[in-house]
Design a protein around this ligand. Structure first.
Ligand code: SF4
Length: 478
């Protein structure tokens, strides 16, 4: 029994998502710390919370919520800690007591849209407040306004939207069994439900203890979700043992066939046709972006993808390969200088190759709308863009890809000189937050220099890898 550990709202929300992970957190299992990009994302959420307090003139940081709420004067506090007997504890976002003594709760979320899972979050607070005989007049969500476009200083009334969700919270509390069940079971339950989901588990700090012994082939079934859960629950640990009653989709079956046979499948004629349609010079392009919740630059909106870096390899028809790059190193909006440099490197001829072109195309479309001087170039790049990853969705499947066609999974099969695992920055989320640390954090020169080196190395590998994959494919099909 862990009677000294508090049952918190955070742990309750984790419980709703996966009982086992909540149990591990509650019992302070090793591995509790979040990896860098997730912690950085959390810090961004704290900034949104801080900004939202500007909606409430005179707001104070809470120090003793019981005392503050029992005063007769109106008051608005942030980060109040509400405690109830039985080690129940919640840290709310904002609580306001009006002149008529009515109390309103505000929960801040750094999202632009309401989500179903926000309701239990507020309900847990209301549940605890009720136990302390405090009645709530309204429950509200404070969300970012997705329509907000920055122009100069930020007006918090325009940056945020407030939604009254009192009715949904009331409905949720009518059947408060989830909260009661959590309170009763978190300490004592011995069989804990796993909620296996490939995306969630990948980020889970407890994955090693929780999924030990389960084969990566089963865990990697593409879009496996509940199907993986079912197989694991039935003790099936090999693809070959999947019973007939578990139906795989066409893609999942292809994945299973490749893994079981341990042989790659290639459709040479289709790949040959696709590659022969590409025109020289072939430009391999990759952007790195930030997507701040609170827009940093004029003309941008919450979570807009703002490129701060690109890497480009240009392959000429005589085999000559040229490299160019841009990395913004100032606090100013990176897009104007990035575009200026891009326009000196990329012309109007030849194919442009990216990996997952939806991303690069959407960035070009957004910049094309914001910077009309570059519209013709950006539209032309998009028209000539070819998504190299498409080949690995259908026409080239390899057991080492483990059912994924991400560049990180595909590249090692073709290029073993340098791998993402050799780099300090090895994925886009980390690149994004590290750039923000370098530009807006107060790091020393040495730390900044290291981030700069790491970013340049990481971005270059993306396009270098694409070049090597392209060359290997040409050799394979000819
Ligand atoms: S690895 Fe997945 S199933 Fe296991 S505790 Fe984490 S989220 Fe839950």
């Amino acid at each position: 029994m862990n009677s000294s550990i508090s049952k918190t709202k955070t742990n309750f929300i984790e419980w709703l998502s996966c009982e086992r992970s909540a149990f591990y957190s509650f019992n302070a299992y090793p591995g509790k710390d979040l990896p860098y990009p997730d912690q950085a994302q959390k810090n961004q959420a704290y900034k949104v919370e801080e900004e939202s307090t500007k909606l409430f003139p005179g707001i104070k940081k809470s120090h003793d919520f019981d005392f503050e709420i029992n005063q007769s004067a109106p008051i608005t506090v942030y980060q109040p800690t509400i405690k109830v007997e039985g080690n129940l504890e919640v840290r709310g976002d904002i609580i306001k007591k009006d002149i008529d003594s009515k109390i309103h709760i505000f929960e801040v979320k750094s999202s632009t849209k309401p989500k179903k899972e926000y309701i239990p979050d507020i309900a847990f607070q209301v549940f605890l407040l009720k136990k302390n005989n405090i009645n709530i007049e309204t429950c509200n969500l404070i969300l970012l306004n997705g329509e907000f476009v920055r122009k100069g200083n930020i007006n918090p009334k325009k940056l945020f939207q407030i939604l009254d969700v009192s009715d949904q919270v009331k409905d949720y509390l009518k059947e408060d069994s989830e909260i009661n069940r959590y309170i009763k079971e978190i300490e004592s339950k011995t069989i804990l439900e796993r909620n296996i989901s490939s995306t969630k588990c990948k980020k889970c700090p407890y994955i090693v203890s929780c999924l030990a012994g389960i084969s990566s082939q089963i865990l990697s079934i593409p879009r496996g979700g509940k199907k993986i859960q079912k197989l694991v629950d039935r003790g099936i640990n090999n693809l070959i043992d999947i019973p007939e009653d578990v139906k795989l989709t066409e893609n999942q079956q292809k994945y299973a066939d490749v893994q079981i046979s341990n042989k790659y499948q290639i459709n040479k004629s289709v790949i040959k046709e696709v590659l022969s349609s590409l025109e020289f010079p072939i430009t391999f392009l990759d952007y790195e972006t930030i997507y701040p919740a609170i827009p940093k630059y004029d003309g941008t909106y919450p979570y807009q993808q703002v490129p701060f870096q690109f890497s480009i390899h240009i392959l000429k028809d005589d085999g000559n390969l040229i490299y160019d790059e841009y990395l913004h190193l100032e606090k100013s909006n990176p897009m104007p200088n990035l575009l200026k440099h891009l326009s000196t490197v990329v012309g109007y001829e030849g194919s442009v190759i990216s990996w997952n072109d939806i991303f690069e195309k959407s960035i070009n479309n957004t910049m094309s709308g914001m910077y009309p001087d570059y519209k013709i170039l950006l539209d032309s790049i998009n028209e000539r863009m070819f998504d190299l990853s498409i080949i690995f969705k259908n026409d080239y499947l390899h057991p080492k890809f483990m059912g994924s066609y991400s560049l990180k999974n595909v590249m090692p099969v073709f290029y073993d000189k340098l791998q993402y695992s050799d780099l300090s920055i090895s994925e886009g989320g980390t690149a994004s937050y590290k750039w923000m640390d370098m530009i807006f954090g107060n790091l020393d020169i040495k730390e900044n220099e290291k981030i700069k080196r790491d970013l340049l190395e990481y971005s270059k590998l993306d396009t270098e890898g694409m070049v090597e994959i392209y060359k290997s494919l040409i050799n394979l099909v000819n």
